[in-house]
Write a protein that binds this ligand. Structure first.
Ligand code: SF4
Length: 296
């Protein structure tokens, strides 16, 4: 007797439907790995694409080494690390470091930078260090630096498949605290000027995505998620400003839809340039870009 013809039809159909791992379509994470050499999307990659797809292509697809790093970027990460050290100490039950301790952290980040640093007009390492001291002094003096809340996480890495058909989103939240009414995600920023309502709008999508990533944490406390930015301004007399946002589900949905479209466009390997004074003045791929003959 032929064993195949004797098998019940339903069994043969089931066999035909067995997934064939070798022929299964690649997952979004696998596509991302091939395209941008990492199996996730970060907000930084998304915002780079939105600003200029050519810059995104140079940095993430072609993996070109940047010609320089802006002093602004190094300054921001050095301040960020100094601020982070305050919460790491508090989280470990220690006393908050003083401004000299914070400056040591600032200096170590600055010294670790191996890429050529491009300074802005009238800037030098010394003038930026002086600014850093004033900003960190103002930060430690501000009541906003000690939130009246329980510390839940410092530099917390959150990752999840939060948008259908899109690779995992990976985000790092500077500080997570529990207030009496919400789980609050806090992002620390440095800024030349005080933030306007428009600046808050511009910065909202990143944190709205993070509210989705943080949803399991919020659920475990049975609390909603809210976001806040603590802005350290670079004024002569720096100010510390806190801006809060209670996310609404429509805006979160809109942000996810936008990221889905960006992911579609990334996969098309679009590399068109969006030259503008704002984009190009700080772009570390100017030479590559000019060499392609796209900018006249
Ligand atoms: S120089 Fe300007 S147009 Fe060229 S990649 Fe950089 S940001 Fe885009």
């Amino acid at each position: 007797m032929n064993p195949i013809t004797s098998s019940p039809p339903v069994f043969r159909n089931a066999l035909r439907r067995m997934p064939d791992a070798a022929n299964a379509p690649p997952t979004p994470n696998e596509i991302a790995q091939k395209l941008i050499h990492r199996d996730y999307l970060s907000w930084s990659s998304i915002s780079t694409f939105l600003r200029c797809p050519k810059r995104f292509k140079s940095q993430y697809i072609d993996g070109i080494e940047p010609d320089f790093v802006s002093s602004n970027l190094v300054f921001g990460s050095a301040i960020h690390s100094a601020v982070e050290s305050v919460y790491r100490a508090l989280f470990a039950g220690k006393v908050s470091p003083d401004v000299d301790d914070l400056l040591k952290v600032f200096d170590s980040v600055w010294k670790e930078e191996t890429r050529p640093i491009r300074y802005g007009k009238n800037e030098s390492t010394e003038s930026l260090r002086d600014l850093a001291r004033r900003m960190l002094d103002a930060f430690l003096a501000s009541p906003d630096h000690l939130p009246d809340a329980e510390l839940i996480g410092v530099e917390e890495e959150l990752r999840g498949a939060i948008i259908d058909g899109v690779p995992d989103i990976l985000g790092r939240v500077d500080l997570i605290v529990r207030t009496d009414r919400a789980i609050r995600l806090i992002d620390f920023k440095t800024s030349k000027a005080s933030w306007s309502a428009a600046k808050i709008e511009e910065s909202a999508p990143q944190m709205l995505l993070y509210t989705k990533l943080a949803a399991p944490i919020a659920r475990s406390f049975d609390l909603p998620v809210e976001v806040a930015w603590v802005v350290l301004t670079k004024h002569k007399q720096p100010r510390i400003e806190t801006h809060c946002l209670a996310p609404n589900p429509d805006r979160v949905g809109h942000t996810c839809a936008m990221v889905r479209e960006v992911w579609r466009a990334m996969q098309q390997r679009y590399g068109y340039a969006i030259p503008s004074a704002m984009n190009c003045s700080t772009c570390p791929f100017q030479e590559t870009c000019s060499a392609w003959g796209e900018i006249t």
